[in-house]
Ligand binder design. Structure first.
Ligand code: ZN
Length: 653
């Protein structure tokens, strides 16, 4: 490991130096992942009277080291922290309440559960990681011997104790016995590494030194296992079936993401997969993201049963009444599928995947070169999974949004109504597969729940490919919005042009029939309430001159909706159409065209835009709001319906 400390930087105080060091740690995924690890610095706090208090600034809950800022640290009076650690017994919830009350700045975040441990370390600056190489050395049957072999007497070694008050007490007990002139760090078995010093830079450099020592030792004694392999293509319905079973187990729709990289392919091809994958996580706090073990294969029922027995065996350990968490797996390893990561949101599924991508090489290295991987006993893992403080971290994020875990496919997603519908569904928590012929579709939204695929909807192979990409990313399709469409050139029937007519029909209606054909098996396997919304047009009930191709294609589209509603009702799939009119913030309408039309009717542009019964301006967002509601359970009893979104039209009423 190379030091990434920027020597040219100067800092406005110890806290800012700590922020820099924390971010360096957070930026390295081999050190900490997604909120893991913590840092602190002891420095003065000036209160409103001007008095200076000796304080510990410690990382607050909810902050990630990678992006932490000064307000992410809570200042607490050292005296108070020492007084708390003098107690013989203190429950973790009482400890957290006491820490919360002791904050010198009431606006600062809840302090880390490892606050007392940081306070006990006599050095000013402290850095703590869950480094991959440290958990490689400590998840072995003879882990403490290996740690001594690598570091000699230069580190304090603490046997595994769950983070919190008990760990702080254990460190208070063992630190004086093991500390010596050469002490440069502290290894927590099955957990991670602490380093310390007078400055954050010193503590960080010590981290680099110790990690490098461990890396060098491992390179010599346990070469990294190189994994490679190839996984077969898998039918999308097999993925959707698995997602459905997992969602049923979780009692909520889940996102599942397929991973087929070399490392995964090599891992799932191992003969000892079932044994090696089910020995437990690298460090106990991973259980809230990955559960104790992955599911090997696809037997969700057996996994759920296994989880139930694990819960029953350990339930008595709860200090308060426990409620069983959902028993669905968060990681699946399967010889054909590779790895599936699972979450209520795409972000959760991605975090589980990141953790397991770091887990696989450690498992293989320990197993193949270091005498065998051995994690903590399940009771320790249970304590962590059902630890109120860990669950509180998840609760801090609040209830998931209404469409969390659902997957929508939207055509014409790069602009106009399709883009607005995508934004609406994303804001409701759905993951969205966006199809559009424009290359801009890939970057329309910059978030994990968005997958834009450049697709010509009239190319059946391309549509099938986009659906496959979407299902590999999110696990299935629950909702669909058909928004791709063109108006075509205005042309009276007297000037009929067959190729123009065919192009309009190919995009507006034929492509939708093809799309429906490909979507039906997936919608049928939806674990949520599958629904389709089709953007038709006011031209269906009120056609316009010069728009024969457009009006007839949208009329056919509306009829397709009604047939699909009839055919798919038995599968619980709702299919409805909306008829927007005069939505001017789309690509169809240029400023010139708008001005020309307004002039033709002797109106101003604003008057022209509002020429409907309600004199209202219908926008893409108006349409998207209705589509969002139509796809939600609010309309669970509605199918085959046509809803105007036109401000009221006397030609339709
Ligand atoms: Zn830790």
């Amino acid at each position: 490991m190379k030091s990434r400390w920027d020597e040219s930087l100067t800092f406005d105080g110890a806290l800012h130096e700590c922020v820099h060091g924390s971010r360096l740690m957070g930026a390295d995924s081999s050190l900490v992942l997604h909120g893991g690890g913590n840092t602190s610095v002891k420095s003065g706090w000036t209160d409103v009277t001007g008095a200076v208090v000796d304080a510990l600034y410690v990382k607050g809950s909810g902050w990630d080291l990678a992006s932490i800022e000064a307000p992410g640290f809570s200042p607490l009076p050292i005296d108070r922290l020492h007084a708390l650690s003098e107690l013989d017994v203190l429950s973790d919830s009482d400890m957290m309440a006491a820490l919360s009350a002791a904050r010198l700045d009431s606006a600062s975040p809840q302090p880390s559960v490892e606050t007392l441990l940081h306070a006990l370390i006599p050095h000013r600056a402290v850095q703590h990681s869950h480094a991959d190489v440290i958990v490689t050395l400590t998840n072995l049957a003879d882990g403490d011997e290996r740690v001594r072999e690598v570091f000699g007497p230069d580190v304090i070694v603490i046997p595994y104790v769950m983070p919190g008050f008990d760990l702080a007490k254990k460190v208070a007990e063992l630190w004086p016995r093991q500390f010596n002139d050469r002490t440069s760090g502290m290894v927590l078995m099955n957990h991670g590494l602490f380093t310390f010093g007078d400055t954050t830079r010193f503590a960080y450099e010590r981290h680099v030194e110790l990690i490098t020592l461990a890396e060098d030792w491992l390179t010599q004694n346990a070469p990294q296992v190189l994994l490679a392999g190839e996984l077969p293509e898998v039918d999308v319905t097999a993925i959707a079936e698995l997602r459905r079973a997992i969602s049923v187990a979780a009692a909520a729709p889940m996102i599942t993401t397929r991973h087929t990289d070399d490392q995964v392919a090599g891992f799932v091809a191992r003969d000892d997969l079932a044994s090696l994958a089910t020995r437990g996580p690298l460090t106990p706090d991973h259980v809230i993201r990955t559960k104790m073990v992955p599911m090997v294969g696809r037997d969700v029922e057996a996994y759920v049963e296994g989880y139930g027995s694990y819960y029953e065996r350990n339930e008595h350990r709860g200090r308060t009444e426990l409620t069983m968490l959902d028993p669905a797996p968060r990681i699946v390893v399967d010889p054909e599928l590779g790895m599936m990561s699972v979450g209520r949101t795409t972000g959760d599924a991605d975090i589980a995947a990141d953790i397991y991508h770091h887990t696989i090489p450690v498992l293989c290295r320990a197993e193949d070169h270091l005498g065998g991987y051995q994690a903590l006993g399940e009771h320790h893992l249970f304590d962590c999974e059902y630890w109120d403080l860990e669950q509180a971290k998840l609760r801090l994020r609040g209830a998931p949004p209404p469409m969390a875990g659902q997957v929508a496919l939207v055509t014409g997603a790069a602009s106009g109504i399709g883009r607005a519908c995508s934004a609406e569904l994303l804001s409701r928590g759905a993951a969205v597969i966006g199809l559009d012929v424009s290359r801009e579709v890939t970057d329309v939204f910059d978030e994990a729940s968005w997958l834009g695929v450049r697709t010509d909807v009239t190319d059946e192979g391309a549509v099938a490919g986009a659906i496959t990409a979407g299902v590999e990313r999110f696990g299935g399709v629950d909702l669909a919005v058909v928004a791709a469409g063109i108006f075509g050139p205005s042309r009276q029937l007297a000037d009929f042009d067959l190729s123009e007519w065919q192009q309009v029909h190919a995009i507006n209606i034929e492509s939708v029939a093809v799309l429906f054909h490909h979507l039906h098996p997936l919608l049928s396997l939806s674990p949520a309430s599958p629904a389709v919304a089709v953007i038709a047009s006011k031209n269906v009930p009120a056609p316009g001159k010069g728009a024969a191709a457009y009006s007839t294609s949208k009329a056919a589209l509306t009829q397709l909706v009604r047939v699909a509603a009839l055919e798919w009702a038995a599968d619980g799939i709702r299919v409805n159409a909306v008829h927007p009119d005069a939505v001017f913030d789309t690509g169809l309408w240029t400023t010139e065209l708008l001005a020309e039309r307004a002039e033709r009717y002797s109106m101003t542009v604003d008057e022209y835009k509002r020429r409907n019964l309600l004199s209202t301006n219908v926008t893409s967002a108006t349409v998207a709001g209705v589509v969002g509601d139509l796809l939600s359970d609010r309309f669970s009893a509605t199918t085959g319906a046509q809803i105007p979104i036109d401000g009221g039209s006397d030609r339709v009423l």
